[in-house]
Write a protein that binds this ligand. Structure first.
Ligand SMILES: [Zn+2]
Length: 84
């Protein structure tokens, strides 16, 4: 699937740093760059929202890590391949 005017590599690099983004661990420049991309990219926005919710849920039940299964699902969302 090809999308015009969309740098897919950017999505992948954004995905790798989503948890840093959520935790506020990025510097201002990197944060702003991601924020602008996410605002314009539905895929990344959905990923961010899903991760945000999951992280909140995990914290509620005192889990330290995001489940690998979810990470895989988000990764396939970003990569644009349908989940079997
Ligand atoms: Zn994106």
């Amino acid at each position: 699937m090809r999308e015009n005017n969309h740098d897919h590599k950017k999505c992948i690099s954004i995905f790798k740093r989503l948890s840093e983004y959520l935790d506020g661990e990025l510097d201002a420049k990197a944060y702003e760059e991601m924020r602008v991309h996410i605002k314009e990219c539905v895929k990344c926005e959905v990923c961010l929202e899903t991760l945000r919710r999951t992280v909140a849920l995990c914290r509620n039940i005192k889990m330290q890590r995001v489940p690998d299964r979810l990470k895989e699902r988000l990764k396939s969302m970003v990569h644009g391949s349908p989940n079997p």
